[in-house]
Design a protein around this ligand. Structure first.
Ligand code: GLY
Length: 376
């Protein structure tokens, strides 16, 4: 049962949304042509548009375009997937995260505007992702260089690109690859208790699991909170596209673990098993915002009597982010959420604003305000 306090009021949502819009308007004035990634002191840095985070800023702009109908958001969003596509023509850093990059740009652009070049770019990226499939395992290979057998839980958020490509092209190969990978994730990544591994390394010849890696989490047996969020949201997406109950069951299992591991303020620590006492460990607001949006996705798909559990958890996270961790009252501060953690084991980007944390916060707010489309 969720009580009145748990429910988000339309008035508070409208207030947070209005402040988001003011902040996005300010950030648009920065005129970024490379991709904003990290804001440590109220100013976003920029990295190359072939990096995995390049879709989130334009994705936020497309969301605002659809929510407001204001052309300036569309005009600011449109150049991004054209820039990204150019990177395919030279040595580049693309890998399996093309889903994170092309779903919030080319695919949403095509859905909203019917632009056929955007459709072509989306299908091109899906072909690239499908080309990373290793039938031994089977798994979609994550990263470049010599990491031929590496698969990571973040992959679950890239699969919607393949599901979309099958729907759009009428060619089921993309969906078959996505489901083969998702079924491997069910067998290999998600533990009995609903926690998940970050990295599974396969022998790419035999397809046997060689070992687990801690990756951005504390250790191979720990529970990196953003990885939990990728898994719960990604499995919910896989269910939405396929109707296969096993994916919904997995999404719920990971969600139950996530919710039960949250501290009193409902905003996840960077790893739920980083220490016996997490009091002094950094939070990760990006894990929190991604999970909140994923929990809303689950709530929309379960039976009505089940949805309050997921809606209530999402609402508590969103309120805590808005009131305790946001810069909503500082319009000039680039970055919406404070307290995000990128890669704690190497002490990179700890306690900062991260563009993906900001994106999923805006996405979750839009859903609470009735936005009913899915970018992922
Ligand atoms: N996909 C990389 C990360 O979550 O940091």
């Amino acid at each position: 049962m969720i009580n009145e306090q748990t429910r988000l009021q339309q008035s508070e949502l409208a207030e947070w949304w209005a402040k988001v819009q003011i902040k996005v308007d300010r950030m648009m004035q920065a005129g970024w042509t490379e991709a904003p990634h990290v804001s440590a002191v109220g100013k976003y840095d920029q990295i190359k548009v072939d990096q995995w985070i390049s879709g989130f800023w334009p994705g936020m702009l497309w969301l605002l375009y659809e929510m407001t109908g204001e052309q300036r958001y569309r005009e600011a969003a449109e150049p991004w997937d054209e820039r990204m596509e150019q990177c395919f023509l030279r040595d580049n850093h693309f890998h399996h995260d093309v889903g994170f990059q092309f779903l919030p740009t080319s695919v949403i652009r095509y859905k909203l505007t019917g632009d056929l070049d955007a459709r072509r770019r989306g299908l091109f990226a899906a072909n690239y992702l499908a080309g990373r499939f290793n039938p031994a395992g089977p798994f979609i290979r994550a990263w470049p260089r010599d990491q031929t057998g590496w698969s990571i839980i973040d992959s679950m958020m890239n699969l919607p690109l393949l599901f979309w490509a099958s729907e759009e092209s009428g060619d089921p190969r993309f969906k078959h690859i996505a489901m083969a990978h998702a079924d491997m994730v069910l067998r290999t990544f998600i533990r009995e208790d609903g926690s998940v591994h970050h990295i599974v390394v396969f022998d790419p010849e035999s397809g046997e699991v060689e070992r687990y890696e801690g990756g951005q989490g504390h250790s191979p047996s720990s529970s990196w909170s953003r990885g939990q969020a990728w898994a719960l949201y990604g499995m919910s997406c896989a269910y939405r596209y396929t109707g296969e109950e096993r994916y919904l069951r997995a999404a719920k299992r990971v969600a139950h673990y996530f919710i039960s591991a949250l501290p009193e303020d409902h905003v996840a620590h960077w790893d739920f098993r980083a220490a016996a006492d997490l009091t002094d460990e950094p939070r990760d607001t990006s894990a929190a915002s991604c999970a909140a949006s994923g929990l809303i996705d689950i709530a929309r798909q379960v039976a009505p009597e089940e949805s309050a559990l997921y809606e209530g958890a999402a609402a508590r996270i969103i309120r805590s982010l808005s009131l305790r961790y946001s810069t909503l009252d500082q319009p000039e501060y680039e970055g919406i959420l404070l307290g995000a953690t990128g890669h704690k084991p190497v002490d990179v980007n700890v306690n900062v604003s991260l563009i993906y944390g900001d994106y999923y916060y805006v996405e979750a707010l839009a859903k609470c305000l009735g936005w009913n489309r899915n970018i992922f």
